[in-house]
Write a protein that binds this ligand. Structure first.
Ligand SMILES: [Zn+2]
Length: 249
């Protein structure tokens, strides 16, 4: 586990996407995202190395339903009874009650196109989410912000005590799925259901002045310290937020 802030760790050895462990004051332990099924053994090995069994987890909070983030949700739930939490819009798709938007290759690279095909063909396995989240909910000390666009039920989770913002794929620090280029990036178009909506969500969130210190994305290294200012400058550059946006804390 890689230390990010007190009680907050990034799981090592995951190559396809990030997962994070958050320790609560009462001994509770939450995972934010749970890796692609191809990396199941890496996920389990990382937990084991920290002296944790999957059944020790209080739950998994999904940033969204894509297979590289929710790939082991059904397995952890079925095999170890780990409760799974996700926003209602993605929970409905995960349960198979809502149709799954298909990804298109669009302007993506060849490798991105190949991963889009994989996602279409082998999405995260169906499951009934144990805790359905809505905008404004709090779970495991994390505040839920609905950020539709990348998927209908994408969310940000904000952890007040550490100042961490878990951003899933709505803003990342590397081009997924493999790190082709590092640096802040908008959601990758090949994997995003509604880009315009994702950008509106990003602008809306930052207009609310919600403070955060560290950005913990679904892909790429965490941005530790002063993350909000860095992200705002990037969003101005990309013309997602107006240049005169109040920078806030
Ligand atoms: Zn995604």
């Amino acid at each position: 586990m890689r230390f990010v802030a007190p009680g907050l760790y990034q799981l090592d050895r995951l190559r396809i996407s990030n997962a994070y462990l958050l320790e609560g004051p009462g001994g509770d332990r939450w995972l934010v995202d749970c890796a692609h099924r191809l990396e199941r053994w890496r996920l389990l090995a990382e937990l084991r190395r920290s002296g944790l069994r999957p059944s020790d987890l209080s739950g998994v909070l999904l940033t969204h339903r894509h297979s590289d983030h929710a790939g082991n949700a059904r397995y952890l739930q079925e095999r170890f009874g780990v409760p799974i939490a996700a926003h209602r819009a993605d929970a409905e798709i995960l349960a198979g009650r809502q149709s799954r938007p298909r990804l298109h290759r669009r302007a993506g690279t060849r490798i991105a196109g190949a991963f889009a095909v994989l996602e279409n063909r082998w999405p995260a396995r169906h499951l009934e989410v144990d805790r359905v989240l809505e905008d404004g909910d709090t779970l495991g000390g994390l505040d839920v912000y609905w950020m539709p666009g990348h998927t209908p039920g994408s969310v940000f989770y904000r952890h007040g005590p550490t100042g961490a913002l878990f951003s899933g794929d709505t803003i990342v620090t590397a081009i997924p799925p493999l790190t082709i280029r590092e640096g802040l990036s908008l959601p990758y178009s090949s994997y995003t259901d509604d880009m315009a909506l994702a950008l509106t969500s990003l602008a809306g969130f930052h207009a609310r002045g919600v403070p955060y210190e560290h950005l913990l994305p679904g892909h790429g290294p965490p941005l530790v310290g002063g993350a909000r200012g860095t992200v705002l400058a990037f969003l101005e550059e990309e013309q997602v937020v107006p240049a005169d946006e109040e920078k806030g804390p």
